[in-house]
Design a protein. Structure first.
Length: 321
């Protein structure tokens, strides 16, 4: 793939043989497999490399899954994996690969490749449900735990990103769908909800927010099944690029790039003083979220104004109780 060579037909037969598959699974260390895959994903032809792996029926030897997964992985799922990778790669080129640094590009490819089983889990020794993506990185490929965490985080925020995209890209005032967001945001005025929710989302995903946005555009709009379009290469990449650019501009215009570095106006000690608490706990953490929401809703607000709002809100709550 790297040198754009064509595989000889006899070589294809040999590479796809049961003997080679068995040897690959038993004799080659998982660390070596992971290193080679990482070079392919980071290289100049990741789609061609994965297409070869699929064509040689080596995909599930390389990306070995746990024995029992829920829901069951569909037959031909590897074709969807490669199709998503293909779409993400082409879209990255269309947007301009300089938008992402090397690490972001590399992990965006993994996030796209594993997109079809982002909701697939398995049970560990303690019976806890773990995303299959975690197993793929740590056991099948023996890659860094941080790679697994980043890709899982990207997958985890996709639904939130998808709920925000209509409001971010619309010229009109579209009501934000905040059904899946935490209860700390209930006091936020409607006019500020988009900035607050987007701010919380970016603080969750940090410098990989553009990668999460890129992957989200592949799934937008949510009421359409995109998999067949991708397999048939009917994917409208120009419209996806326009969607990405519009959402990125809106987020930048809201002044939210690097919002994860935003320092809280009010610290835990101040919160404890207002609430007259002797020690911290869940209530302090809840108020830290509420105050952060206030701060995002009032970008020019001061610490004094923030504390005044807290006192006023706290008194109202006490009276209602």
């Amino acid at each position: 793939a790297r040198f754009d060579f064509i595989l000889d037909e006899e070589l294809k037969k040999a590479a796809a043989s049961d003997e080679v598959k068995a040897a690959l699974a038993a004799k080659i260390s998982r660390e070596r497999v992971g290193t080679e895959i990482d070079l392919m994903v980071s290289g100049n032809q990741p789609v061609k490399a994965m297409t070869h792996i699929c064509g040689l029926t080596l995909f599930w030897i390389v990306f070995k899954l746990p024995l029992q997964v829920e829901p069951e992985v569909l037959e031909g799922c590897e074709m969807f994996c490669t199709a998503y990778l293909d779409a993400a790669w082409d879209l990255t080129q269309l947007i301009g690969s300089s938008t992402f640094n090397d690490d972001q590009r590399r992990l965006s490819q993994y996030a796209a490749l594993f997109l079809p089983f982002r909701n697939t889990t398995y049970k560990d020794n303690k019976g806890k449900k773990i995303p299959v993506v975690n197993y793929t990185f740590r056991d099948s490929l023996k890659r860094k735990a941080s790679d697994a965490e980043t890709v899982m985080n990207i997958h985890r925020v996709l639904e939130k990103f998808l709920s925000l995209i209509p409001s971010l890209v619309s010229a009109e005032d579209v009501k934000v769908n905040d059904g899946q967001w935490s209860k700390e945001l209930v006091d936020v005025p409607d006019a500020s909800k988009l900035r607050v929710l987007t701010g919380f989302l970016l603080r969750e995903i940090k410098k990989f927010w553009r990668v999460a946005l890129l992957i989200s555009t592949l799934l937008y709009p949510t009421h359409v099944d995109h998999t067949e379009d991708m397999l048939n290469q009917h994917f409208q990449l120009d419209s996806k690029r326009d969607l990405f650019v519009a959402a990125e501009k809106a987020i930048t215009k809201l002044g939210l790039d690097e919002v994860w570095d935003l320092k809280p106006l009010v610290n835990g000690k101040d919160i404890m003083n207002v609430l007259q608490l002797k020690s911290g706990g869940p209530l302090v953490r809840e108020w830290q979220q509420k105050l952060l929401a206030w701060q995002l809703a009032h970008p020019s607000g001061t610490a004094e104004e923030c504390i005044d709002w807290m006192k006023e809100t706290h008194l109202k709550r006490i009276k209602l109780q």
